[in-house]
Structures are given as structure tokens and as C-alpha cells.
Write a protein that binds this ligand. Sequence first.
Ligand SMILES: Nc1ncnc2c1ncn2[C@@H]1O[C@H](COP(=O)(O)OP(=O)(O)OP(=O)(O)O)[C@@H](O)[C@H]1O
Ligand SMILES: [Mg+2]
Length: 588
Amino acid sequence: MADGNSIQGDSKAVARWIWRGYMRHHLPITFAALLLMALEGSMMGALSYMVGPMFDELFEAKNRAALPWIGGAFFGIFAIRAFAAFGHKVIMARVGERMMAALQHDIVKHMLTLDMAWFHVTPPGNLIERVRGDTTVLSNLWNTLLAIGARDTIATISLFVVAMRADWVWTLIAIAGFPLLVVPVARLHRLVRAKARQVRAAAADISTQLDEIFHGVSTIRLNRIENRETDRLRHVISGYTEASVKATARRAAIPALTDLVAGLGFLGVVTYGGLQIMDGTKSVGEFMSFFTAIAMLIEPLRRIGNVLGVWQTALASLERLHDVFDMQPTITSPARPATLSVPARQADIVLDDVHLSYGDTAILNGLSFTARAGQMTALVGPSGAGKTTVFNLLARLVEPQSGRITLGGTDINQLALTDLRDQFSFVSQEAMLFDETLRDNILLGRTDISDDRLQEVLEAAHIADFLSGLEAGLDSRAGPRGSKLSGGQRQRVAIARALLRDSPILLLDEATSALDAKSERVVQEALERLSKGRTTLVIAHRLATVRDADNIVVMDRGRVAEQGSHSDLLARGGIYAGLYQLQFSNQD
Ligand SMILES: Nc1ncnc2c1ncn2[C@@H]1O[C@H](COP(=O)(O)OP(=O)(O)OP(=O)(O)O)[C@@H](O)[C@H]1O
Ligand SMILES: [Mg+2]
């Protein structure tokens, strides 16, 4: 039962959050929609009411004079319904879509503040499904709740009044069975919610899988694993299908039960009322009016009965969203950020006894080194040694378990994150491009760059070289993740971004590794020009590219194995010398 309580507590918090954050401020416009819904609902009562005079005046009394007003009244009822329904649907769609858009915007914004560690364990499909799938319940929920709250409630009341006026005994017979539904329906609701949650999780699995498939098309083809992939997909889809059918079955059981009970009511009323009409104590018109009202009552009543089912289903999604909002980043700016005590260009970067592990795997084991201001420091070492990790640490994309990292003597934890990250231009191992034009990919939203400056950068990064080969030059789209460009071209875009950023500290992670020898040399020159007077950290596997570095830090098993200038290290005859000899003898 403790579990049940905690779930209930959660659902209250979720309801409060949704109401305050997204629903409440739409109330004024919604009020107009509510009036229209109430109008639509009351027309149901009017309709069933008019069945009485239709039978009694027209069919029984054959009163010709009544024909125009009864006919006109029917038309009027439908005309009002048409106008009211159209109006509230448009208003509600507007409100619902806006609510959803606001939620989508907020959740993505929040996700972007969360720790990288979370993104490493949460597949993109899962994230996309939360943003795209789970948020849609909000507009559904809102529309359903209001439709039920206004239209169905008014319809139920007005139909009930018509039925009671016709004959209250008949009415009581018709609805006598409904209280029996309370317990089984409440049970079903709990089951619906559990299944709905499974459905959402399964939907996320499908999106994750699709994301992998479509990003891996060429890998799939080249390894000829089309069948393996479609089998894997079929497996997750079938999980979804099963959960979805079960959830629907549980939801559908609720109106089915309502129908059964309604059927019993009808049985009773037809028997009892039928006898009264045969005896002549009641008119056909009265019975028909009553019968129409009760028949029309079933639908809104069924929807009202399902309101909790709708809420339970929505809750499954809303909880998934609430969980995300509940999550707080651990890597944050301090409450009172410090400012650098020296200009960033004169700030040494010092790592002091830094330890970092992913889970149980230690990656950095007391790493200590200094990258002197204005100098070029190279990080070399075997693949997986933790070189890229060092860059991520500097920008605080990850946090060490222990140790200190300082910039000009100030602990980087003391700086505002934005301030810290502004100090770096980062050319990463994998250049990430967006599906926008090349120009947008380079400018990244900056509007302060003159055409001349842009042209300069294009030349320096050797983008100008391949622009002429693209159909729309700088305005060609890069394709999803930059797929229309080659690896070397993407790398040059990343370099151009770094040139434009013009930050005091340059972090180059295999920045020229994807370039051919000739482009590498020219781009290298451009980077060297850029690095003049800036603190530069370079990661390179090809040792020839870091020969001129002021200090070369050789990393091995998470710590510094040796460091010094190229000639120092060669003279030392250690790891670096060995590696260098190996590459040197391989090259020529
Ligand atoms: N998010 C992560 N979760 C778990 N382990 C990780 C994660 N990121 C990196 N690692 C591990 O950390 C180690 C260091 O990774 P890093 O990317 O820093 O290596 P690297 O020195 O840059 O290697 P390379 O030269 O191949 O680029 C690797 O063994 C890698 O498996
Ligand atoms: Mg790396």
C-alpha cells in the first residue's frame, strides 16, 4: 500500500505542476470555449425535449399549425450546435497546441542544462519520444477534461432533467445499476495506468532503435545486417503492440461495463414503461422524449465515467516528463561566480591530482600538469588514455571525482559556466554539423561577423577550396549531421567556427586528422597563426604535428608518464621516443 500512496502523491504533484505551469494562464480564453461547450451540451437536452411535442403534437394530435415551429426548433437546435461546436474546437485546438508547444520548449531547454552523464545513459530515441510523444497528452488531456467538464456535464444534467420530467420512476430504473460500476472501474483505472506507462516506454524503445538504424544505414549495409536490424526492430515493435493492445482492452472494458449496466436499465424501463403505455397511463410522446434523453445520456455519461481513465493514461506520460524536470544538473555555476584574476590569455591551466572514473573504471589517476599561458601544450598517448576527457574536464562537461583544475589560479568551479566555456574554442574529434546551410553552421547564430571577416576565415580554414564544388556555395545545406560533406570538410567547418570564436584558449582534438597531407599543412599553418599568443592545447596521434609544441605531455594509464619538449623527450628515450621512432620509420 505504501507504493500506492507514493504513486498518488506523485500524481498530485504532477497535476499541480501541469496546472500551474501550463493550464492556468489559458483560463480566460478557455472560458469562451467553455460557454460554447455548455451551449452545445444544452442543445442535447433541447433535442430530446423536442421529441415529446413532435410525437404528441404532430404524430398523435396531427396538429398542422405546430409543424413550422417544431421543424424550425429542430433546425435551430442543430444550427446552434454546429456554431458552438466549431467555435470551441478551434479555440481548444489553439490553446492545446500552444500548451504543448510551451511544454516542448521548456523540456528541451531543461534537458540542455542536464549533465552529460545523463545523455550518455539515455538514448536519443527515449529523449525524442519524451519531447514529441509524451507532450502530446497535454493538449489531449486539456481538451478532454474541458469537453467533459463543460459539454458532457451540461448535456448530462439537461438530459437528466428532461428524463426526470418525463417520469422520475423510469429514470431511477434506468440508472439504478450505475453505482455497481464504481469498484470495478476504479480497479481498471489502476491497470490502465500501469499499461499506459509500458506503452510509453516501448514507444521510446522504438524511437531509439529507429534512430540507430537511420544513423547507421551504411554500417548496416556494409555489414549486411539488414535482417538482424529489422528483427531487432520487430522485437521492440511487438513489445509495443502487445502493451498497446492490452492498454486499449483495459480502457475499452470501462465503457463496455457501462453499456452492460445501461442495457439492464433499458430492459427495466422498456418493460415497465411499455406496460404503462399499453395501459394508457402514459403517452407515446412522453416515453419517446424520455427514451431519447436516456439514449443520448449514455455517451456523455460514458465519457464522464472515463475521465479518470484519460487522466491515468495521461499521467503515464506526464510522469515521464515530470521526472525529467525533477532532475537537476550537478554541474552548475556557483551561486556567486568569481571572475578570473588575470586576463584569460595570461592564465595558466593547471590540473592538480585529478581523478576521474566512469563507474568502476578509473580513467584519470592523479593527473597533474600545467599548460602555460600563451604556449602550446600537446597531449599525446594511446587511444583511450583520457586525452579528450581532459578537454571535457576543462570545459566542465564532466566533473572529476577529486583534484583541482585552475585557470589563472582560479578554480574553474568558481567561474560561471558560460564564462568558463567562453574562454575556449574547441575543435573536437568529431565535428558536429547541423542540417542548416554551411553559412549558418559556421556563424552559429552570430550576427556580428562582417562579410570580409567571414571570407578571411573561409580562406584560413580552407573552406573556400571546396565551396565552388557545392551547388549553392556557402548556402548549401550540410545535410543531417553534416552528411553531405566529407569528414575533412566537416573538420574544416569546425576549424572555421573556432577561428570565428576567437577565444583566448584553443583546444584542438585531432583537429586536422581528417585532412589530406596538403590541406593539413595549410590548415595547420592557419591554426598556428591563430594559436600565436593564445594558450593552446593540442591532442594529436601524429607526433609530427606536435613537434613544435612548447611542452608535450605524454599520458599513460590516466597519469602523466613523461613531459618535456620534443628534443627533451627524444633524448630521454622513453615512451615518446619509442612512439616517435615507430611513426617515423613507418612514414618514410
Ligand atoms: N561517457 C563515458 N562513459 C564511460 N566511459 C567513457 C565515457 N567516455 C569515455 N569513456 C572512457 O574513457 C576513456 C578515455 O576516453 P577519451 O575519449 O578521453 O580517450 P582519448 O585519449 O581521447 O582516446 P582517443 O585517442 O581514441 O580519442 C576510454 O577508455 C573510454 O572508454
Ligand atoms: Mg579522444
